[in-house]
Design a protein around this ligand. Structure first.
Ligand code: ANZ
Ligand code: ZN
Length: 833
């Protein structure tokens, strides 16, 4: 063997071997147990970045590991290829979005290949190709037929200068991103998918997703936002009724006003009265997101109408139009209970309305509520007639019961989740496959006419949707009556494309979206890995789409992803020049800007981003250090869920480690070891195998790395022996998922048959584990809080130290020193806190 591992030649050689042999092609019918490992597919923006490298390395280690453990692994890759950046590029660079996108895909695919990922490229797909989106159109039509799709008027952002619809992210501070014009709201007829039909199921399903991070489940739950309460009516002085929704019907005797949204029929009905139209306009100027509504100044307009309190019709509450009431939540109207709701309190103080306490705050029962902080806690009802003395929950039930008995209200559940508006007035997306006929209305494109392919001859010289102004594409015969009709020119939200790509990866027949039996063999995805930025929308839409397919009888899968992991970001120091420009790490050496020689200011470590120029391009890193060192660094320095600060010394350390492995793999020097066994090394080896396999399954790569370091040290220190030779060969297999090129090279140089990628994972000899290990219970105040697996003969103080160092225990102790620690060797540690 040579003394140095030459990544440049070895990487390319092994990548070619894997490619030629189709090593990582997943077979649908191999008879082995199936495992589906998936990382979120990339948007083909142009080049891969370190975030991709980290994400795909993690998935790759798991995929390779599972293969070695005897699974048939599906580990595919594709491109989330529709979307706005391609249209922006078309406008800026006069290049067709398709040309731009496909070129980016080629570049990025070549970059990914250089990292040696164990991907089944035969299943590669790009959502912008008709052989993908055509099937998506078929699924859309199925949903349409199943009543899961409808059309509704809905507001869009309209740029009056560019005469175009803007996506939310194209509206910056209320202005169009290109024109700078003030954006208007316009109503357009748009397509919606009925995700709200599944709102309850989507919440409920979260309860069974044990292998999802709690924080993601919580985000989904909050997004769906299930609230239970009472919907009930107030009789209004104009003879009508106003329905409100309240989650706190118990506080009904504390109501001192009714407020309606600016779009509410009551407000619209009096819009011709002086000042009303102007007030409604003013309400619309502010943002409409919940967060914006929280922080905005509360504004109200007294309509002069009054509403009769349901339990005391003599009591009349003023009816306001208020900017903090949303039209599309609940009923678009609320009862204001200032003492127990902060927004209502702010509002009441501003407009001098009564603030009546109805829930006791400890001793405080005075009906006149003085403070500026609403009381939202539990307590006994006061100043509330028949509710007095009941606690909040009982009082809610009592009011709901009375309302239902009296016929003026009904217990109800309200969701924050809205139906999914999928219409986009853009070119670079999946055409919505319907035709508008004056005589027959909306007609689905007959399935045998799918795909509805995007026309190639489009121009981006002027703003707006090129499909809309295309001279021919739009004009077709109505499929029902044959008369001239026009195609829908909206395209689907790109989240639709990513809502089922994992299904198409599993099965790709030409004539239909997927083969059910094959998909059911692969799905659900056992491990999905991606950025937390997709924790809400992408995952929710994919969960919905999968359920919609089940609802339509097309696929019997409840949850698409049973395991989810959200990885941390790759970060880097930021640099600014003397004149305050952001500088790229390449522009800086030894604290000095190379170009000017001026000192630079080193800023915070932040997520790599183009805007702060603190990115490191993976390609030159792979050129210089090789794929394995790059991969190893991605795995080694931080827990995978945390941020990984990129550093030159880190990648250099990884490179040195690859070389160290290479020297270890060189058995020539040690071969003289003969037959002698080294019991300590054998034990260390088998503990390491067990530890590494557990760590990889738990995606705790940095822990696996630490164990491998230890094993390397143990091998280096051991004298020649049969055990040592065995450990070296086993080490090759242990590191193969992480640094596959150096492992293949060593494996082949040793003359072992086949590829190490195809080799079996080393078996653990349990005899070498149990003997000297025990499981210790760690208790805090007698309650089991953690367990530790330690050497049987571990010293008392070492055991105590390990117990105190456990993450779980540290969290409970929260920095406080324990009062006492009781150690029962071989059994338990009890911490008295
Ligand atoms: C009276 C009340 C008293 C309320 C009280 C709260 C506290 P969540 O929990 O988010 O579902 N509300 C209802 N519809 C609304 C709308 N369209 N726009 C703005 N606010 C609306 O919130 C439900 C509560 O938010 C409802 O319960 C209602 O105020 C308000 F001490 O009714 B509540
Ligand atoms: Zn027709």
């Amino acid at each position: 063997m040579v003394t140095r591992f030459n990544a440049l030649t070895a990487d390319a050689a092994w990548q070619k071997v894997w490619d030629d042999r189709q090593t990582f092609a997943a077979r649908d019918d191999s008879g082995k147990p199936h495992s589906y490992v998936l990382e979120m597919f990339p948007y083909p923006s142009g080049r891969i970045h370190m975030g991709h490298v980290r994400n795909y390395t993690m998935g790759d280690v798991l995929a390779r590991f599972r293969r070695m453990r005897g699974y048939e692994v599906l580990h595919p890759m594709g491109w989330d290829a529709f979307g706005m950046p391609a249209e922006n590029a078309a406008m800026e660079k006069q290049v067709h979005p398709g040309t731009w996108t496909r070129a980016n895909i080629q570049t990025m695919k070549a970059q990914l290949k250089r990292l040696g990922f164990a991907l089944d490229w035969s299943r590669e797909l790009a959502t912008c190709e008709p052989d993908y989106y055509g099937h998506e159109q078929a699924l859309f039509l199925d949903m349409l037929a199943a009543g899961l799709v409808y059309r509704k008027e809905s507001a869009v952002n309209w740029d009056p200068v560019d005469m175009t619809v803007l996506a939310n992210e194209q509206v910056i501070d209320g202005r169009g991103w290109r024109s700078g014009a003030l954006v208007e709201k316009r109503k357009l007829s748009q397509w919606f998918l009925k995700i709200t039909d599944f709102a309850d199921e989507l919440i409920e399903g979260l309860g069974r997703l044990e292998h999802w991070p709690d924080k993601v489940k919580l985000m989904q739950e909050n997004w769906i936002g299930k609230s239970q309460g009472l919907t009930f009516g107030f009789a209004v002085s104009d003879g009508g009724m106003v329905e409100v929704f309240s989650t706190r019907p118990d506080t009904i005797f504390g109501a001192s006003f009714v407020a309606v949204a600016a779009d509410h029929p009551i407000a619209q009905g009096i819009a011709d009265r002086p000042g009303v139209a102007a007030f409604i306009e003013r309400c619309k100027q502010g943002g409409t997101t919940a967060a914006e509504l929280e922080t905005q100044e509360k504004l109200g307009f007294d309509t002069g109408l009054t509403a009769a309190h349901p339990f005391d019709p003599e009591r009349r509450l003023p009816v306001y139009i208020a900017n903090f009431v949303l039209m599309d939540y609940g009923t678009g109207a609320v009862m204001g209970v200032p003492a127990h709701d902060q927004r209502d309190l702010d509002f009441a103080r501003k407009y001098g309305l009564e603030v009546r306490r109805v829930v006791a705050d400890g001793e405080a029962i005075d009906p006149v509520f003085a403070g500026t902080d609403a009381y939202t806690g539990p307590g006994a009802l006061v100043n509330s007639h028949f509710l007095d003395g009941l606690d909040v929950e009982d009082a809610k039930r009592a009011v709901i019961a009375r309302a239902e008995a009296g016929g003026w209200g009904k217990g109800s559940t309200v969701f924050r989740l809205r139906d999914w508006g999928v219409s986009r007035q853009r070119y670079w997306g999946t055409p919505i496959p319907v035709i508008h006929c004056e005589a027959c209305g909306v007609q689905p494109v007959p399935k045998d006419q799918l795909p509805v392919v995007l026309p190639e001859d489009v121009s981006f010289a002027i703003p707006g949707n090129p499909l809309d102004r295309h001279p021919t594409w739009k004009h077709v015969a109505c499929p029902a009556c044959g008369k001239p009709a026009v195609r829908e020119t909206d395209t689907l939200d790109t989240f639709a494309d990513s809502s089922w790509y994992f299904i198409r990866f599993a099965s790709q027949p030409q004539d239909r979206p997927f083969d059910r039996a094959v998909v059911e063999r692969w799905l659900p995805v056992g491990q999905y890995i991606g950025g937390v930025e997709h924790a809400i929308l992408h995952l929710l839409y994919a969960r919905f789409w999968t359920r919609a397919l089940r609802h339509m009888g097309q696929l019997d899968v409840a949850e698409p992803f049973t395991g989810l992991f959200t990885q941390g970001m790759v970060t880097h120091e930021t640099y600014r020049s003397a004149d305050n420009r952001w500088l790229s790490p390449d522009d800086v050496r030894d604290g000095v800007e190379i170009a000017t020689g001026n000192p630079v200011t080193v800023g915070r470590i932040e997520k790599m981003s183009k805007s702060k120029k603190n990115t490191v391009d993976p390609e030159p890193i792979v050129d210089r250090y090789g794929a394995d060192a790059t991969r190893w660094f991605m795995l080694s320095d931080s827990p995978p869920e945390r941020d990984l600060p990129w550093s030159e010394s880190g990648i250099e350390g990884a490179w040195r480690f690859v070389q160290r492995l290479w020297r270890l793999f060189d058995l020539d020097g040690a071969a003289a070891g003969g037959d002698a066994a080294d019991a300590a090394l054998d034990r260390k080896l088998h503990q390491t195998i067990r530890g590494v396999e557990q760590d990889i399954e738990a995606l705790a790569f940095n822990k696996a790395v630490a164990k491998i370091y230890e094993l390397c040290t143990a091998i280096e220190r051991a004298g020649p022996s049969r055990s040592r030779d065995d450990a070296v060969v086993t080490l090759m297999r242990l590191v193969a998922p992480m640094v596959p090129h150096v492992a293949e090279e060593a494996w082949s140089q040793h003359g072992f048959a086949g590829l190490i990628a195809d080799a079996a994972w080393p078996a653990v000899d349990p005899a070498l584990l149990v003997e000297d290990e025990v499981t210790i219970a760690v208790q805090v105040n007698g309650k089991l809080r953690d367990t530790l697996t330690v050497a049987k003969d571990i010293a008392r103080d070492e055991l105590e130290a390990m117990a105190l160092a456990s993450d779980k225990i540290a969290r409970i102790l929260d920095g406080k020193a324990p009062k006492k620690v009781i150690v029962v060797p071989g059994r338990l540690v009890n911490i008295v806190a």
